[in-house]
Structures are given as structure tokens and as C-alpha cells.
Design a protein. Structure first.
Length: 386
């Protein structure tokens, strides 16, 4: 009797390009291709975990419905409010941080007003105003305004510190203990899933070097691997992009230590190392990498620039991970799992907008990519080992 293939799928990071993951899963579902192992990061973790917590038939279709309703915005709304629906600033924390800020500064108020610097700035300003050429030089003007006006004025110094030095480390917050959004993802069901599910997050330390932490739906299977259990907190942590999202604190069940975590995809987007260590008998590893440098366009707005900041890292790390994995396979003596890459369209229309139209574009392209794969190699659709 023919043995069933053992397949793994990795869903990489890429934020609003998540439609590519969802489209690929829809097409794989139609082709009745399933997976024994899921290795996830960033938005790929959200897609993979939502998929694996759906009840009933067509989990890929349910995943699409979830993201369309709860994460992406309709185009008309997004046109004037270009923010996704899921991750919002915690305004109460902002207000609390700003209210306590005056009392946190202590003796530092002694340096708020700097008479010598004010006098020196006044002298430099006289030199600036005495040279009409400098008035019309944008660089000169901005330098003067920053250093000889704002940097020495007590009020602007205070409010700049209030903005940058209040006890907030992200513009938005993902994890809320009583979140109705997270309640729609019953993560506790993952421990009963036959499939093994991994995702990563980066552990931050005050001293010493940070490290990658792997989370698993059944960590007790790997006592020597120091995996931690997937939870609401870990799922949020794996998408806590520094500066954009607040870090998430997670306590380790084993030693009761608590650390802060942020997104791990910018370090390792597909977790091949742990995948191969735990599952050397895999026949196929399917890779859905949804960000490519060809998607990064010249920024026209601050939102474009912010998207490029993250996506340039994710694109390069993901591409290099796959190259390294291919090289690693060549050096293996044991049976080599086949790498099946769900390629991004060369002229993809997917962008970094959390809009319904971008979701639909991603879904269509993800479907097309899997169809092209299956049409080019009929053995991929077979569930049995040759």
C-alpha cells in the first residue's frame, strides 16, 4: 500500500500581502492538498492559525471571510483612513503615559531650560538673519529652525520629550487580554490538531543578546527544544513590528520568567532550521513567500515609506532563507525534502494597502500561482509517495 506524503508549508511575513497566502490556501484546498506541519511568521502566523482554528468544511474560505471582515477595510473607507481594522493605538495608555510623564522626569527638569544654549542660539540666529542668501536655502532654514529655535525652546523641548520618551514603545498595540477580535481565534483548539504548528517571535533582553523563540501547538512533544506554547500573546508578539506595534510580554510556563517579544520575521521568515531538525522525514516543503523586492515602489506618502521599511527587510530575508535552504539540501546525505515555492507573480499588482481590493488582488494571484504549479507538475497533486 502506498504511503501518504508528509508535507509542510511555511507562510512568511508580508503584512497586507496576506491575500497571496489566502489565495494559495483556497486553491490548495480545492486540490485537496493538506499539510502535516505549518511553519509560520508574522502575518503568515495569523493566516495559518486562523485557518487551523476554523470548524467545519472549507477552512480556507472561512479564513478569507475572517480577514475581509476583521482586518482589511473597504476601499472607500481606506481611501481616507489608511489603517487596518485589527491593530489600534491604545489611547488610554497614551493618556496615562502623558499624564505621568511630568512626574517621571525628576531632576531632569534642571536641564529643561538651558540659558547658555539659548544665548548661543540667539547669536547664531542673528548671523542667520544677517545673511539673506540663507533665508531661501531650505537646508539652512530647516537647520536653523531645528537647532536654534525648537531644540532650545523649553516648551518644544518638553513636548518633544513627551512624544518620544513617554513609556510607550509602539504606535499601536496588538495584544489586549479581553479582545473580541482575538476571541474569534480559539487558539486552545490548536493543541488537538493533528498538524504540528510553529511560529516565531524575537525575545528582547535588557542585557545580553536577544534570541529567536519558537512557539508550538504542543511543545511538550519536544522537551529538549525549549519551545513555548502558542497563545494569544505569542500570536500578537510575532507581528509586533518594532516602533509600529508595542512589544508583548510573555511568561514562560517552565521557569516563570517573563520577557518582551517582537516580530521575528525580520530575522528568520520561514524557520527552516527547526522544521528540518524536527521533521527530517518530510517529502515536500511548500513555501509561500509573499513579499518580493519587485513589489517595493518609490514612496509617495509617509504610509508608503513605512511599508517599504518593513517590506524591504522581509523580502531580502525571505529570499536569502530559501537560497540557504536549497544549498543546505545539496549537502544532506539523508533523503532530501523537495522544496516547492509558490512563486510571486513577476509583475504582481499586490501592494501594501489594507484594502479590500488589495486583498482580492492577492487572493487571485495566490490562486493563479498554485494553479500554475500544479499544472506544471502533476506529481504535486498526488498525496502518495512515489
Amino acid at each position: 500500500m502506498a504511503e501518504k506524503k508528509k508535507r509542510a508549508i511555511t507562510l512568511a511575513g508580508g503584512g497586507p500581502a496576506a491575500g497571496l497566502h489566502i489565495g494559495a490556501l483556497l486553491e490548495l484546498e480545492d486540490a485537496k492538498i493538506d499539510f502535516d506541519v505549518w511553519a509560520l511568521s508574522c502575518i503568515g502566523a495569523w493566516v495559518g492559525i486562523v485557518y487551523n482554528t476554523r470548524e467545519g468544511p472549507n477552512p480556507a474560505r472561512q479564513t478569507y471571510d475572517f480577514f475581509k471582515k476583521n482586518v482589511f477595510r473597504d476601499d472607500a473607507s481606506y481611501e481616507w483612513f489608511p489603517v487596518n481594522r485589527a491593530f489600534s493605538p491604545e489611547f488610554a495608555t497614551f493618556w496615562k503615559a502623558w499624564a505621568t510623564f511630568p512626574f517621571d522626569r525628576g531632576v531632569k527638569y534642571m536641564t529643561l531650560v538651558q540659558p547658555r544654549e539659548i544665548v548661543a542660539a540667539g547669536v547664531r540666529s542673528l548671523a542667520y538673519f544677517s545673511d539673506p542668501w540663507r533665508w531661501f536655502n531650505l537646508s539652512e532654514f530647516n537647520y536653523w529652525l531645528l537647532n536654534d529655535v525648537l531644540a532650545v525652546h523649553p516648551m518644544s523641548r518638553y513636548f518633544t520629550s513627551l512624544m518620544y520618551l513617554s513609556h510607550i514603545n509602539g504606535l499601536s498595540r496588538i495584544y489586549y487580554p479581553d479582545s473580541r477580535f482575538l476571541a474569534q481565534i480559539p487558539i486552545e483548539k490548536l493543541k488537538d490538531k493533528k498538524a504540528e504548528i510553529y511560529h516565531n517571535a524575537w525575545r528582547l533582553r535588557d542585557e545580553g543578546r536577544g534570541e529567536m523563540q519558537i512557539f508550538h501547538n504542543r511543545p511538550e512533544q519536544y522537551e529538549n527544544r525549549q519551545y513555548m506554547r502558542i497563545s494569544d500573546r505569542s500570536l500578537c508578539a510575532c507581528s509586533a513590528l518594532p516602533y509600529v506595534e508595542e512589544t508583548v510580554r510573555i511568561k514562560n510556563e517552565q521557569d516563570d520568567q517573563e520577557f518582551e517579544y517582537c516580530e521575528g520575521a525580520l530575522v528568520d521568515t520561514v524557520n527552516f532550521k527547526d522544521l528540518l531538525h524536527d521533521h527530517g522525514e518530510l517529502d515536500e516543503i511548500w513555501v509561500s513567500r509573499i513579499v518580493d523586492v519587485s513589489q517595493v515602489k518609490a514612496p509617495r506618502t509617509l504610509a508608503d515609506g513605512l511599508a517599504n521599511l518593513a517590506m524591504l527587510f522581509a523580502a531580502e530575508v525571505g529570499e536569502n532563507d530559501i537560497k540557504l535552504f536549497r544549498q543546505h539540501r545539496k549537502s544532506q546525505i539523508s533523503p532530501k525534502p523537495r522544496l516547492v515555492e509558490i512563486a510571486i507573480e513577476p509583475n504582481t499588482k499586490v501592494n501594501f494597502e489594507w484594502s479590500h481590493s488589495n486583498l482580492e488582488t492577492g487572493v487571485a494571484e495566490g490562486r493563479k500561482a498554485v494553479k500554475r504549479l500544479l499544472a506544471g507538475d502533476k506529481t504535486l497533486a498526488s498525496s502518495t509517495r512515489s
